[in-house]
Design a protein around this ligand. Structure first.
Ligand SMILES: Cc1ncc(C[n+]2csc(CCOP(=O)(O)OP(=O)(O)O)c2C)c(N)n1
Length: 264
């Protein structure tokens, strides 16, 4: 089925309210493609989400059952749904602010409980919906509406965080690689236990304009420069690694850290 047909079948509205160039459109298309490739339909899944542009995806657009919770509370709602009805296939979609800041405590405990849910964290490095404030993943020195002189707080590496508390299925895929993102989503949808995916997404409006990248194309080019496949990461000289990172699927902290240069 082509993507237009899939969107008609799976979305409540064809036109979203996302800003031009927002990576969430890519995530929506990749998610629909992954579900279709698995031979499933959107209404086979039950979604939970908090508040934010990212949360709007399942709350407003996906034609499926969803539990729209308060900001940060989507994961405990998902755990509750799964406990009440283990037959449900429960998925949480949220932003970096939602899942790693106000909801950060729930994230680490969900890993510990290993509840079989899939969490997709759409990391746009900013609080998008509320006007581009600094968040838990905002890179050092980035300009945001609340760090006009540059962010001085060290950001979380979400994959490292999840693996660091014992996660066994953590992944990271940038929207710049949609085919790989689809494959990663499929793996996250069918794996056992607690699954976490960081979807690295461009936000030209709130993040890019303040950080010399107001067009989606330049933000996608940046993603390609920063996020290396495992193979490329392994073959990149440690001294030249700089601020780069790695994407793919990871099942333990050591394997992940071995791909990155040692921290000082
Ligand atoms: C308890 C509570 N605190 C704060 C807010 C305001 N608020 C709504 S969305 C949001 C940030 C969303 O950022 P993020 O989760 O990163 O999602 P994005 O919009 O970037 O997708 C905040 C702070 C709220 N709705 N409820």
């Amino acid at each position: 089925m082509n993507i237009q047909e899939l969107r008609k079948l799976s979305l409540r509205e064809q036109r979203t309210t996302f800003c031009p160039g927002c990576g969430f459109e890519t995530f929506i298309n990749c998610f629909l493609r992954a579900v279709d490739d698995l031979g499933r339909r959107m209404d086979d899944y039950t979604f939970t989400e908090g508040i934010g542009c990212s949360a709007w995806i399942s709350n407003n657009y996906f034609k499926a059952d969803n539990f729209h919770t308060a900001h940060g509370r989507a994961i405990p709602a998902a755990i509750g749904l799964k406990a009440a009805n283990p037959q449900l296939d429960v998925i949480t979609i949220g932003g970096d602010g939602d899942l790693a800041s106000i909801g950060g405590n729930h994230l680490i405990h969900a890993v510990r409980k290993n509840t079989p849910i899939a969490v997709f964290c759409l990391n746009n490095f900013i609080y998008g919906m509320t006007g581009g404030q600094v968040g838990p993943t905002t890179p050092l020195e980035s300009i945001t509406s609340t760090t006009v002189g540059g962010n001085t707080e060290k950001p979380f590496d979400l994959v490292k965080l999840v693996l660091g508390v014992g996660g066994e299925h953590a992944s990271r895929y940038p929207t710049a690689y949609p085919h790989l993102l689809v494959k990663g989503i499929k793996r996250a949808l069918v794996a056992d236990g607690f699954r976490f995916m960081e979807v690295v997404s461009q936000c030209p409006r709130q993040y890019g304009t303040r950080n010399q990248a107001s067009a989606a194309a330049s933000m996608l080019a940046q993603q390609k420069a920063v996020y290396l496949s495992r193979e490329k990461a392994r073959n990149t000289d440690r001294g030249e690694f700089g601020d780069r990172s790695v994407f793919g699927d990871f099942d333990n902290l050591k394997e992940y850290l071995d791909l990155l240069p040692t921290e000082e």
